[in-house]
Design a protein around this ligand. Structure first.
Ligand code: FAD
Length: 417
């Protein structure tokens, strides 16, 4: 008989669990509180720029193998585009110096031994000083594991770890940073090719999943917020929504894939991360010059990464709590000044939009990392997913997909038990 699973939340975690279980012939019900799937990874039409934009520029690396496999499973791997080699052009706005980090395309980090491919003015010893990060304990700070100053730090380690952890690197979890370094820099250029959903996050990572689920007979309800669980003995017996309750049989399963604050209020007593950091993205309607790279790393400015899309220049600023209350126009002007310098473009401020995601990610500090629960709960048919669960990675699409897969695997194991 076909088994039933209810997925609460249609972000990437919930969708990846749903796709895996639909593939395993489950009758899938997805309940999403808002009117749109994708959660923190979504696109929408923006009237100010007259363009469809993403809530944030999301960068994947080719070593994010679960995220890439998820895209493959919904038929959109080809929508994740990037250069053939792991090359990262950078500019330093304080000195005007430009360079390209060339991690090559191999399985081993041979680039470390080639001065021309390393960060300028760095030597092999600088890189060897990073080794304590590779297997650092979860409880350790990045700042206690490696030197957080000097040329290599400023030009590579800081931009990489800031993007990955969304906190100032010295205060970040060395355990999480180590996982990122192991799966990217240490895995050679082959794992570091940047990948972008150039046609938009929703078009590549969200809508095709919804279509696939619907084609497989899944029932997807938007505007359907779970308000409360009804527990019976050691399992979930009922899901209570604003428009009524749904009975859950003991061998039906539930995957809760909502953000930590919602999870903690639905499951009182659940330990979750409680502190978050913002990410600010700014989008400008502007045709990028033809020689502008798709992704440019920027150091020494407000902007950290500059992305060139058709008709649009877009920037990301991580760990951005300090910018959340800054007047929008002032912020747009400041960012545009950085873009002009970094991208070598000129002109008055074009149509723009600023997107401030206040709780973009949980704070990737050792203290908050220790609050992440696993996927198993005290209720035998209820499993957790989400980038904030204990994935071993910071809050990323890769972590989200891993968490969704893990929850789905536990649902499948329940069937076999
Ligand atoms: C601006 C920004 C930039 C980012 N950049 C990157 C990047 O470059 N690379 C990268 O890998 N990651 C990046 N991330 C992180 C990535 O977006 C997240 O890790 C991922 O989207 C989290 O997915 P999720 O499904 O775990 O959670 P969410 O996306 O938060 O999904 C949870 C869903 O649950 C729904 N929900 C909540 N409560 C209920 C309820 N009671 N009932 C029903 N539904 C409910 C929500 O509406 C939401 O749709 C970025 C995030 C942001 C915000």
């Amino acid at each position: 008989m076909q088994k039933t699973v209810h997925i609460i939340g249609a972000g990437i975690s919930g969708l990846s669990a749903a796709v895996r279980l639909a593939d395993a012939n489950y009758r899938v019900h997805v309940h999403e509180a808002t009117q749109q799937a994708g959660g923190r990874c979504r696109s929408y039409f923006d009237a100010a720029t007259n363009l469809t934009i993403d809530n944030g520029n999301h960068l994947l690396l080719s070593g994010n193998r679960h995220a890439v496999a998820y895209a493959r499973s919904i038929g959109t791997e080809a929508g994740l585009v990037g250069p053939k080699r792991a090359q990262f052009p950078f500019v330093d706005l304080t000195t005007g110096q430009r360079w390209q980090l060339d991690l090559g395309d191999g399985r081993l980090p041979f680039w470390l031994f080639d001065e021309a491919r390393r960060v300028p003015d760095t030597g092999l010893m600088d890189y060897l000083a990073l080794t304590p990060l590779v297997w650092a304990a979860q409880s350790k700070l990045v700042g206690d594991a490696i030197p957080c100053k000097g040329t290599l730090y400023e030009r590579l380690v800081q931009p990489l770890l800031l993007a990955a952890l969304n906190v100032d690197p010295p205060e970040g979890s060395a355990g999480l940073a180590g996982a990122v370094v192991r799966e990217t820099l240490l895995a050679g250029g082959q794992a570091c090719r940047p990948l972008i959903a150039r046609d938009g996050l929703s078009a590549v990572l969200v809508e095709p999943a919804i279509r696939l689920l619907q084609d497989k007979g899944a029932n997807i309800q938007f505007g359907h917020e779970l308000r409360q669980f009804g527990m019976s003995a050691n399992s979930v017996g009922e899901l209570k929504f604003g428009d009524g309750a749904v009975a859950i049989a003991p061998d039906d399963a539930v995957v809760m894939a909502v953000p930590p604050r919602a999870a903690a209020s639905l499951l009182p007593g659940l330990k979750t991360p409680s502190r978050f950091r913002a990410i600010v993205n700014a989008h400008f309607r502007f045709d990028p010059p033809t020689d502008m790279p798709p992704i440019l790393g920027v150091v020494g400015g407000l902007v950290e990464w500059l992305f060139a899309f058709p008709q649009r220049l877009s920037v990301t600023v991580s760990n951005a709590d300090r910018l959340v209350d800054m007047p929008r126009e002032e912020l747009a002007q400041a960012i545009w000044r950085d873009i002009c310098k970094a991208g070598g473009v000129r002109g008055e401020l074009p149509p723009w939009q600023i997107v401030r995601e206040r709780r973009a990610t949980f704070e990737a500090t050792p203290e908050q990392n220790a609050l992440r629960p696993g996927a198993i709960t005290n209720w035998k048919n209820l499993f957790l997913a989400g980038d904030w669960t204990d994935t071993g990675l910071p809050a990323t699409i890769e972590g989200s997909v891993r968490s969704g897969n893990r929850a789905a695997d536990l649902v499948l194991a329940m069937r076999q038990a």
